[in-house]
Design a protein around this ligand. Structure first.
Ligand SMILES: Cc1cc2nc3c(=O)[nH]c(=O)nc-3n(C[C@H](O)[C@H](O)[C@H](O)COP(=O)(O)OP(=O)(O)OC[C@H]3O[C@@H](n4cnc5c(N)ncnc54)[C@H](O)[C@@H]3O)c2cc1C
Ligand code: FES
Length: 261
């Protein structure tokens, strides 16, 4: 069991989850972990935001059953595997433009800290409908420039990095086809050790696995349309799982309130 040390709400949808997980101390740039709240919960991949000794933090965006479960109930986490994935290739690229959406800000922040130490200049473009940017203060302190946008745009950079959504990476690539671009692919994952093949990605015509060959790939070689079609395969099951869990939560909360009266 891994104790939850802190849950810090940032908005209705986002919170920082800090856990004690000694084995994640060796995490390198842009790696992730697989977390399972209880033995009956699903395993979900979360990018490592920061490591401070034994304390490891994640930025969580609540989108469905498992992320809501972490927000509402997690006092300890039954299983945490990691660090997983190939680290981001850190070096001095020059001017790096990062594009993020949603939880993608977590891997971007993590990678940007390593890139800063190599002397890169850093720009951040965050896509948001309502203008909210999680971790705003930390990002302002780390990046040379931070902009919140409604649509991706063309930029002048030596490298583009994108994370948080396959559609975002595809659209940034369309606008900047000639700029070197490393993107984090977004796939469902089950085991994250290369056995289930759920996380397959077509890269340059060959099948790669996001969990063990990725999650960072050369964006110009990824078949984004194939990934985007597969993203929506389980929407109905995910909607039902969320509804069931919301009912369960309401029952638990009612029981709690009536036992307090
Ligand atoms: C390498 C990697 C790193 C990630 N890092 C973070 C992170 O740092 N913070 C964070 O909050 N989330 C992160 N995610 C996404 C997170 O794993 C999913 O949001 C989570 O599994 C959703 O679980 P759920 O049960 O709450 O929602 P679900 O009910 O499973 O899904 C809710 C909705 O999100 C969509 N969805 C869920 N998972 C994915 C996925 N992986 N790809 C595409 N669509 C999906 C579903 O289609 C559905 O519409 C990461 C994903 C990957 C692959
Ligand atoms: S998550 Fe199963 S092979 Fe990648």
């Amino acid at each position: 069991m891994y104790p939850v040390l802190k849950k810090e709400p940032l908005s209705k949808d986002y919170f920082i989850l800090s856990v004690r997980a000694e084995h994640l101390q060796r995490a390198q740039a842009g790696q992730f972990a697989l977390l399972q709240h209880t033995e009956l919960s699903e395993l979900i991949p979360l990018s490592i935001l920061e490591v401070n000794g034994e304390e490891v933090s994640f930025l969580v965006k609540v989108v469905g059953r498992s992320t809501l479960e972490l927000k509402e109930e997690a006092q300890q986490i039954s299983y945490i595997a990691g660090p997983l994935g190939k680290p981001f290739p850190v070096k001095n690229y020059g001017k790096v433009a990062c594009f993020g959406i949603g939880w993608g800000i977590a891997p971007l922040y993590n990678v940007a800290k390593f890139l800063r130490a190599e002397g890169n200049s850093l720009e951040l473009y965050f896509l948001s409908e309502d203008g909210f940017l999680p971790l705003r203060e930390r990002l302002d302190a780390l990046f040379d420039r931070v902009e919140v946008l409604r649509e991706p745009k063309r930029v002048d950079a030596d490298l583009i990095i994108s994370a948080g959504g396959n559609r975002l990476s595809r659209d940034v690539l369309k606008l900047n086809p000639e700029t070197p671009h490393i993107a984090m692919v977004n796939t469902h994952m089950l085991d994250a050790v290369g056995l289930c093949l759920v996380c397959r990605v077509l890269v340059d015509g060959s099948i790669k696995l996001a969990c063990s060959d990725g999650p960072w790939f050369d964006a110009q070689k990824v078949d984004w349309e194939n990934l985007i079609i597969r993203e929506d395969l389980f929407v109905e099951q995910e909607r039902l799982a969320l509804e069931e869990y919301q009912k369960l939560l309401r029952r638990k909360n009612l029981r709690k309130t009536s036992s307090e009266v």
